[in-house]
Design a protein around this ligand. Sequence first.
Ligand SMILES: Cc1cc2nc3c(=O)[nH]c(=O)nc-3n(C[C@H](O)[C@H](O)[C@H](O)COP(=O)(O)OP(=O)(O)OC[C@H]3O[C@@H](n4cnc5c(N)ncnc54)[C@H](O)[C@@H]3O)c2cc1C
Length: 487
Amino acid sequence: MSKKYDVIAIGMGPGSIFMAYELIQLNKNKRILLIEQGKRVEERMCPIEKTGVCAKCKPFCHITSGFSGAGAFSDGKLSLYNEEDEDIYVGGNLHKYIGIEETKKIIDYTDDIYLKFGADNKLEGIKYKKEVKQIKEKARKEGLNLIDIPIRHLGTEKAHELYKKLENYLEENNVELRFKTIVEDLIIENNVAKGVIVKDAYNQNTVEKIYGDNIVVAVGRKGANWLVNMCEKYDIKTEAGIVDIGVRYELSDAVMKDINKYMYEGKFIGRPEPFKDKVRTFCQNPSGFVSSEVYDNNLSLVNGHSYKDRKSSNTNLAILVSHHFNYPFSKPIEYGRNIAKNLNELGDGNIVVQRLGDIYRGKRTWEEELKNNSIQPTLKSAVAGDITFALGYRTMTDILQFIREMDKVIEGFANPENLLYAPEIKFYSNQVIINEHFETSVKKLYSIGDGGGMTRGLMMASASGVKMARILDQIQNSKGNNNARRK
Ligand SMILES: Cc1cc2nc3c(=O)[nH]c(=O)nc-3n(C[C@H](O)[C@H](O)[C@H](O)COP(=O)(O)OP(=O)(O)OC[C@H]3O[C@@H](n4cnc5c(N)ncnc54)[C@H](O)[C@@H]3O)c2cc1C
């Protein structure tokens, strides 16, 4: 039989990486294996940078897969927390499992690791308290909540360097990193996880079983669909999740200048009439670039990032509507996928872009009109069209009403020449039920990061990995003590 590991993690996003880092700090002798379907961070390269066209890379999109997961090409905004706040507002629900105080401590600890591996010392969003307070009050009058928290901005190119150092560090400390390997299935016997079944991403006939004492699922949004299948197959307990559907909104830096300067990223949350759904801005990129990423079955989704050195004159941000479904429908991922599929078809396989004013006028946007538009799209491969053909009435109404409310806080937010790209969808639905040890209803099978719905961002996903390591170490120590006592 092949070698058995103490811990096997599926996926090599921040969740797994920080888990492995912390496991090394706690015990250098652990046998740790991380399995990733994508490539090493230094081999990840999105061709759109050079060609302006999404090549739909096979077998996996470089934006979403490979060492550091969705983190490598992410803008690298690490959302921290405010000491005075009694809640953790951004990035997920880790605090619901381990409490607010411990979450804050782990975020500090994780932030220190990012700093140790080269993150910028500068924190955004802490210098202009008075100005932020004024915007907050203005927002409140419009029924919008502005969440201000400190942000450490890595920048896309710097994030690459930082993750390369982490990749080296893990290998130097004997963590086995297995790339270009797809985890196809789990090995579960009598409701206990025993290992995984893998195949080579480039030679799918090579199937191998790998065994481990603890199996950690950290597959991110990319693996959310795979995880749904595993949950169905092995009756891993889940609860109805949400899916966030919306657009990537691009507007002039000049309009966003105060928010960009005072906060770098403004997180606004509203509940516009008549549906009162939660609508929020997310992942704001000053002087940034809109990007596209490819998920399973060639599904193209829009995203955005910004660099430390390369700048555009536009700011982009997501406007997302949270969709909860009730009886008898409980397939949020499928709902989101269908919307994305329709939009992709409307764009001939590409992201669709439309001017806000054209939506108000009830017409599509034409390529010629886009050429003369004051806001030039930074995603060159996006196709001018009509997103309202595919985004539902409820989603569109929520977004348009939210934009109107935002315009009263930030003048120019509803400029008719602003651009809406779609589909922007966040598949963190299908909440996997876990206990305080992050263990699922299958014993020795754990879930961390975005994939199982616990987190929604880099810092929280990384912090969930740190905590996972401490839990596993504690479990092993208590097992060791029990064995010693028995002897
Ligand atoms: C363009 C972009 C910009 C972003 N910007 C920010 C930002 O500024 N700030 C922020 O906080 N967050 C940002 N995010 C989100 C952030 O990157 C994620 O929240 C974070 O990476 C989640 O970490 P994770 O470890 O849970 O999963 P991921 O980082 O998604 O990693 C999961 C990994 O698992 C692998 N995998 C999945 N299934 C399998 C399988 N069956 N077999 C083998 N491998 C598998 C995937 O290939 C992937 O590499 C951004 C995301 C994107 C795409």
